[in-house]
Structure formats: C-alpha cells, structure tokens
Design a binder for this molecule. Structure first.
Ligand code: F0G
Length: 457
C-alpha cells in the first residue's frame, strides 16, 4: 500500500482555539457592522482572513531569534539575511524594510515619477496604491484566462506578452520598469510560468527596460513550476528560484508570506544605481540600512525562514494542504478559481449566490454566512474591495466577486480544512434561501473594505 502524504513537521507548541455558538456569532458580526475586519480574533474559530504574517515559525527560527544581533549599524543578523537572499536570488544588494508595502514605498520613491506607466500582472492593492499616489498609472496586462474562474489552465497568473508589448510599443519612454507578481495574488494565487518570465525578460530587453518581481509568494510559484511546467520536475526549489530571479533586475518582498515570519520585508537588486537611489529613502522612512524597520532577531528568523521554505518538503506540505481543501470543495461542487492557487481558495460568490444582485455584494454576504455558520473568517476580494470609480463615484462591478479563504502556513491541520469545507457546504446547500445581501451604510473613499459599515437586507 502506498503511504499517504503527511506534513513535513510535527507540533511542539499549541495555541488554544475558542469555539462559539451561532447566537454569539450573530451578535458579534452585527456589532462589527457585518465587516469581518472588525471582529476580535477570539470571536473567530478558524481564521482565513489572510496568509500574511499569520504563519508558525519553526524551532530553528525561534532558536535563531535568541541569536539576533540588535546592533544599530552592521548587525550580524543583517549579514546573515543578506547572504541568504543573495544565495537564493543572486541579488547582491539588499535593503530590509518593515513589510512589503514599505519595500514598495522605498524603491518606488526612487523610480516612479508623476505620469509614469507601470505595466504588470494584477498589481497588488498596495503596489497599485504606491504607483497611483505618485500620480502614475498601473496597467494590468494579466492574461484574459484569469477572468474565467472555471477555466483549467496551469499558469493563470501570467503576463499577456501582447498586452505588455502594446504598452511598451506605444509609451516605452514613460515606463520606469515592469512588475511581475509571483504568484499573482489578485488573480487567485495563480502562478506565472518560467516560459512567461522568459518572455517578459525578452520584451523588457527589447525596449531596454528593467523588471521587478513582487515576490511575496515566490516559493509557491517555484513549486508550481516544478509540478506543472515541463523540464522542472527534477530540479530543486532553490534551482528553480535561482532561474526565476535570473530574469529579474530586482524584487520587492513581503516576508510575511513566503519568508515564514510574522513581520518584515526587503528590497533586493543586482543594480548598484537602484540600491544607491533606494538607500536615500530607506534611512528617513525605515531606518538605517542594516535594519530598515526590522529587529535583529527578526532578520535572523527570516534568514532561516527563507532557507527552510525553499526546501521541497516545506513548500510541498503547504501547497498540498491548500489542494486538500480544494479537493473537498470539488467533492461538494462548490465553484472557485480553478485550478487552486498557492495560498488560498477564491470561491466564486457570483456563481454561488447568483440570485443576489451585484448591488447587494454577494461575496461579502457569503463571507458573513460562512462566519455565522462556523466561525470561519474569510475575506471579500470583490465589489466592496474594488472601491468606487474615482471620477463617476459609481461602484466598480467590472471584476470578479470572490470570497478568499487563505490558509496560514503551518498553523491548521487537515481536520480544520474539513471543518472549513463542511461549513462552506452547509452554506452552499442552503444558498437558495439566501436571497438578500447587504447594503453600505458608511464608507471611506479609499480602501473602504477595512472599515466599511454594512447592514443586512
Ligand atoms: N504584494 C503582494 C502580492 C501581497 O499579497 C502583499 C500583501 C503585498 C505585496 C504587501 O505586503 O502586507 O507585507 O505590506 N498581501 C496581504 C494579503 C496583505 O492579505 O494578501 P505587506
């Protein structure tokens, strides 16, 4: 008999979870104005809000923390981190920052001027925010396949080379760099193929442009290349990462994802001029160059986390758990962005609650129902998150309306996955009884989803 797949770790420390009753949850979510960001964490049983900074560190990472060097300048932990990053990416210049958006802020302060155009594949919210706040434009060049959640193609996160080339052919002089997000979070944690990274590199070279990888989930991307792209099955994850980064000029990183730590980020590049330019913004925004917003101990833990996560056993355990949950949803016929990506399930709420009009926010309604059903907290990646059009002030209903269920790294067991799946099935089975959604009673102009107040209709 073939042995089943099991986790590449065992558990040394546990954290109790609090279960609650349906009545309690109904009360709490009402007090939170039907906004899941406003819940207290102890009102949540299984938290799938995000995979960012929510993972569990290993014993080796905790041991490294005790060895952290808190020197203001020249910290040994910084050099440990820098060495690890250079080994994995080939990038020689490293600037630590307190998280991913801070890396964007520091590097883009040097690179993005008013009127610039930054093409990419579904720029993450903060990436887009740091471009648009500088009066520049983020142009989405993601492949069209990403919009059809039921289409089964292996690399739905790809950049469409034709769209990218069209931007460059017309406005190359306005493009400071191309940004490729690996994996593509907004499109559903979907990977980008090595072939596509090569194509982007070739187009960039043709127009004399540089390429940045938004690398928050680069290891998950490497795993998908290994398992889905021809010629990579026998390569190590570290070899695949090295090839991926060989097609880039630099990276911004949110270490809270594939760095396996709870806080942190960095910029890395092969170009001295980018490093010199970014340095000037790191010091006033983040701190001196050998800590940039991080504790010495946190840099030490990150160095170990990056090394550990780029080993096949670690990343395989992570992805296989997400795939385990997806297989349950397949069994129950629940529609999500297919094939499942690296860090989360993105349930297609428009298809589940198809009788709820867009104006009543189906994905948010589904998130509320799932929370009331079982205390599982997901996150709407849909019409509320899309904000209003800055000019017309109309809601933007053009994209997908998804319920994202993120899986924290090394935190929950497959029994928890079974609970999530069963809870979702119970909601799915009574979907025809859910005929009304929610309405907005208070909102801010930008990033309204964090603080929006809602009423149930
Ligand atoms: N890039 C990507 C692709 C991200 O997913 C995130 C964060 C960032 C950049 C910014 O990094 O949070 O460290 O400042 N994503 C989180 C999420 C918040 O829930 O998907 P950060």
């Amino acid at each position: 008999m073939e042995l089943p797949f099991a986790e590449s770790w065992k558990i040394k420390m546990v954290e109790p979870l609090r279960k609650s009753t349906r009545e309690e949850r109904e009360q709490w979510i009402k007090e939170a104005d039907y906004n899941l960001f406003q819940l207290k964490s102890d009102q949540v049983y299984i938290d799938c809000l995000t995979d960012s900074g929510t993972g569990a560190m290993s014993d080796r990472q905790w041991a490294a923390m005790m060895m952290g060097d808190e020197s203001y300048a020249g910290s040994a932990s910084f050099f440990q981190l820098k060495e690890t990053i250079t080994k994995i990416t080939g990038f020689e210049y490293v600037i630590p920052t307190h998280q991913g958006r801070a890396a964007e802020n520091v590097l883009f302060s040097h690179l993005v001027k008013a009127g610039a155009i930054v093409p990419g594949n579904s720029h993450f919210d903060t990436t887009k925010g740091h471009i648009e706040s500088r009066k520049a434009f983020a142009v989405d060049c993601t492949v069209d396949e990403a919009k059809d959640t039921q289409l089964e193609v292996p690399f739905k996160g790809n950049v469409d080379p034709k769209k990218l080339e069209a931007v460059l052919a017309e406005k190359a002089e306005l493009v400071p760099f191309i940004i490729v997000t690996v994996t593509n979070n907004t499109a559903g944690g979907q990977p980008v193929s090595m072939q596509n990274l090569r194509e982007v590199r070739a187009i960039a070279d043709k127009y004399g442009k540089r390429v940045i990888f938004d690398s928050a989930r680069f290891v998950e991307n490497a795993y998908f290349i290994r398992t889905r792209e021809e010629g990579y099955a026998d390569k190590t994850i570290k070899e695949i990462c090295a090839e991926m980064f060989s097609y880039a000029d630099g990276m911004t990183m949110s270490s809270k994802k594939d760095g396996l730590v709870n806080m942190g980020g960095f910029i890395a590049t092969r170009h001295e001029d980018w490093y010199e330019g970014a340095k000037k913004f790191c010091i006033p925004f983040e701190g001196f160059l050998t800590y940039g917003g991080m504790n010495g101990r946190d840099m030490a833990a990150l160095a170990v986390g990056l090394d550990e996560n780029t080993e096949l056993e670690t990343i395989e355990t992570r992805i296989r758990q997400v795939q385990y949950l997806a297989a349950k949803l397949d069994e129950y016929g629940i529609p999500y962005q297919r094939p499942v990506g690296g860090h989360a399930i993105f349930v297609d709420a428009d298809k589940v609650l198809d009788q709820i009009p867009k104006e009543e926010f189906p994905a948010q309604t589904l998130a509320i129902e799932l929370y009331i059903e079982a205390g599982v907290r997901g996150c709407e990646i849909g019409y509320i998150l899309a904000d209003r059009d800055p000019v017309t002030r109309e809601n933007r209903f053009g994209g997908l309306d998804l319920l994202r269920l993120c899986i924290a790294r090394r935190v929950y067991t497959n029994n928890h996955m079974d609970v999530i799946a069963a809870a979702l099935k119970n909601v799915y089975d009574r979907r025809h009884e859910i005929t009304r959604g929610v309405k907005i009673v208070w909102e801010t102009e930008l990033m309204r989803h964090f603080t929006v107040k809602l009423e149930r209709l």
